[in-house]
Every structure is written in structure tokens, then in C-alpha cells.
Design a protein around this ligand. Sequence first.
Ligand code: DQA
Length: 180
Amino acid sequence: MSDVPFGGKRPERGLAVGAPDAHDYGTQQGTAAVTPLVYILNGPNLNLLGQRQPEIYGHTTLADIARDCAALADQLGLATRFEQSNAEHQIIDWIHAARQDGAAIVINPAAYTHTSVAILDALNTFDGPVIEVHLSNIHKRESFRHHSYVSHRADAVIAGCGAEGYLLALRRVASLVGSG
Ligand code: DQA
């Protein structure tokens, strides 16, 4: 379990806390009880952003992205729960948690994008908006990255915008859930 680096409060409930294979980047609590909560979920190897193939994924770290998402969400009248895990089951458990208190899901499933029927099935149990994000343009890359299971459920897909893609996704969520 990691520290919460940006002053976000830990979730009062949820499966992330204490999970050995999960990275909790903090929960940004809204000021009003009704502030819509957006789960921002990140899949395998994204904890290495900034070090990992920077020519493809850039120099921005996941902690940078979490911080920028929390700041924008605050402006948009959204709360965020930003998580990363290298374990498929953990991502599924977070999607299940979002069924309880999430208004929307922004997800970069990373390599599980191209392999995980289980994550697709979990997303299909969630009623709110789902926005799929990829830092790179997966369609410009190897052919095995061209297919996304998650796109079968996603209401929108943002690829190739780098870290800004997460912020674009949050703006779309704000439009869809009518916050702000
Ligand atoms: C990625 C693209 C995936 O194909 C890859 O496996 C990743 C990151 C992206 O953000 O561009 O790990 O989802």
C-alpha cells in the first residue's frame, strides 16, 4: 500500500485500502454530500509512467496525473478516487465498488485492454458513464493493440492525447453527469 501523496483523504470504505498489489493515489473528497464520485482506474505498468518507454508514454508520472485530475475535478464539481493496480482482480473489485458509490468510471486498463473479458464483464455491471483512456494512440501501434474489449462497453474512447486524455475524460464525465 502506498501513501496518499496529494493530501487526498483515504476512502472510508473500498477494497483498495490495504490491498498488497494496489497503489492508492488518494481520494479527493467533494465538499457537498452529493458531489459525484469518479473512479479513475489504471492498469498494469502504469505505476512506472515517467520511467517506462517515455518515447511512447511521456515523462509525466502517474502521481502527476492523479494530482492534475484531483485539481480539475475540484473545478468541475467532481470527486475522484484514483487507483492503479497490476492485478486484474483488483481492477475488477474497484469496478464493483464503483457500483456502490461511483457516478462514472475513467479507465486506462493498459495491457488488459486487449486481453480482459473479465474487466469488460465487470464494466457491463456498472450503470454510469465509462470513459476509456489511453496515453498512446493504440491504433497507430502494433496490431494486437488495435482491439479493445473495454471499448465494447465504453461510452467514449480517448487515445493519443497523453496525460491530457485523463483531463478530457473528466470534462466529458462532468458533461454527462451534469456536475458543476
Ligand atoms: C496504454 C496502451 C496499451 O496498449 C498498453 O499496454 C499500456 C498503456 C496507453 O495508455 O497508451 O500499458 O493503455
